[in-house]
Write a new protein. Structure first.
Lengths: 372, 118
């Protein structure tokens, strides 16, 4: 029996700090994100050593001997896990595919399904690297057979379109403008970069679309440097991230225990270092945005844009500093998935169009046959 | 404790028995040796709450200036009520947190027309 494949609209956000996914599934919109970290693992050796396997995501493609840990397990088990930072080709890599399949497998239990995908690229990369869009499609498209945490899955991926990052957030949260001069703007405070996106309607205004390598991970690296300088203690990436998460949670999440030469570093001192790192990188981000979107010599920044959305995980760290410079700044409730939610909405619409075209073509074919 | 009506405004506060807030307050008082002073602890935690809110969403709390008169306070409070802000559609901004756009489907249509042809 030939059962038709069930297709779902999917927004894929392959960030350099987090991999986010949003899926339209049975009248629900599901979202999830995991740290961008991949490491080759030997699962049987890990199990025999009693390595904690909770929140462990292991994916192995059919026909390959190598299994990859994705997310937290990769951070825990590898000194240097792959995150693809600085490599623009990572968007079109097998890591992007593994990240997509991992998040999709976490979102739904189906063993066999299809994903109609909209993905994003930073605006500057999108403009400068035209061929990358086709390379992303080539890397992700296809039917992929793999095991996820030991269970077999078969997922067919079709990339509908690749858009500029920021476009997703304006689809999900932007106003529909009647005037053609009004611009909407997005500040995407990511893990590694801050990306600016401005559009009239849904059409980007490239002069205002810029990026700079500043983000949460920059602040995390500064925290590591500050701690090393002050205490001669080099925090691991995992430890530094925990300190930063605790800072962002306003005390809701406990600080990790950090010691140097057998003596603990107090939580107060760790929080102070994190605060200094966030303040310093925050001021650099504000300076970059102010320079890119300065509109007059009186210091107006993004004054004519409406709305100005602040999205990305950096919202939890830098929003207050940004708000001082752009008073009409606003943020979605879930800033981390803001782009991916819009990608998913766009993917749904494109999937509807595709299905409608297919049905119309089938009808035409049937009519054509009947005429014959 | 004697009341200083000149300096403070006093409230009678009721917390639902067995509620999460009451249990949390009791645990908090026990942890910080303040079981004899629940009123002070409530004042402290309320202050921290508003400080946190001001930090996370600074313009949500358009605090009156400390020297403002009670009339100013009243006006400021009323101005902060969302129902009075007719210039903005009701769905838009709640405490600076922007809700999903009711135009999302139309935005997606427009975006599909643009991005699909590139």
């Amino acid at each position: 029996m030939n059962t038709p494949l069930k297709w779902y609209a999917y927004g894929h956000d392959f960030g350099n700090a987090e991999i986010g996914g949003v899926m339209a599934y049975k009248d629900q919109v599901l979202s999830h994100s995991i740290p961008t970290a991949f490491a080759k693992v030997d699962t049987s050796a890990m199990k025999s050593l009693g390595v904690e396997m909770e929140n462990a995501y292991v994916i192995r493609m059919y026909g390959e001997e190598t299994a990859y840990a994705v997310g937290e397990l990769a951070l825990q088990q590898a000194i240097e896990s792959y995150n693809g930072r600085g490599d623009m080709q990572r968007y079109a890599s097998h890591f992007s595919l593994r990240g997509l399949l991992t998040v999709a497998s976490l979102l739904i239990p189906d063993a066999v399904f299809g994903l109609y995908v909209v993905a994003g690229l930073p605006a500057e990369t999108y403009i400068k690297n035209v061929t990358l869009r086709n390379e992303i499609k080539a890397a992700l498209d296809g039917t992929h057979l793999f095991t996820f945490n030991g269970l077999m899955r078969c997922v067919t991926v079709e990339v509908a379109v690749v858009v500029m990052e920021g476009a997703g957030a304006l689809i999900a949260y932007g106003e529909r403008k009647s005037g053609k001069t009004m611009e909407s703007a997005v500040v995407d405070l990511g893990g590694r970069t801050t990306d600016l996106y401005v559009a009239r309607g849904q059409v980007p205004v490239t002069d205002f679309c810029k990026g700079k390598p500043l983000g949460v991970e920059t602040a995390t690296q500064l925290l590591i440097d500050l701690c090393e300088r002050k205490y001669d203690r080099t925090l691991s990436l995992l430890e530094a991230r925990e300190v930063m998460y605790s800072y962002a949670s306003n005390g809701q999440r406990a600080l990790p225990d950090i010691s140097v030469y057998g003596h603990p570093i107090s939580g107060e001192n760790l929080a102070r270092l994190a605060s200094e790192a966030v303040a310093q990188i925050g001021s650099e981000i504000v300076s970059f945005v102010s320079s890119a979107w300065r509109q007059n010599d009186r210091g107006a920044v993004a004054a004519s844009f409406k709305p100005v959305l602040c999205i990305g995980g950096g919202v939890y760290y830098f929003y207050a500093a940004m708000k001082k410079r752009i008073p009409h700044l606003s943020r979605p409730e879930d800033p981390i998935h803001a782009n991916a939610v819009g990608y998913c909405t766009l993917a749904s619409r494109l999937l509807q169009r595709k299905l409608a075209t297919t049905v119309a073509a089938d009808d035409a074919s049937v009519n054509g046959l009947s005429k014959v | 404790m004697s009341e200083d009506m000149e300096q403070y405004q006093y409230f009678t506060v009721g917390l639902l028995k067995n509620s999460f807030a009451l249990e949390a307050l009791k645990a908090d008082a026990l942890k910080y040796h303040m079981i004899e002073q629940p009123d002070k602890l409530i004042a402290l935690r309320l202050t921290e709450y508003y400080e946190l809110l001001a930090r996370v969403t600074p313009t949500h709390l358009e605090m009156p200036h400390p020297t403002a008169s009670s009339a100013d306070v009243e006006v400021s409070f009323r101005e902060s009520l969302p129902v009075e802000r007719e210039a903005q559609p009701a769905y838009r901004v709640v405490n600076e947190i922007i809700a999903a756009s009711p135009d999302a489907d139309q935005n997606a249509d427009e975006a599909a027309d643009y991005w699909a042809k590139l």
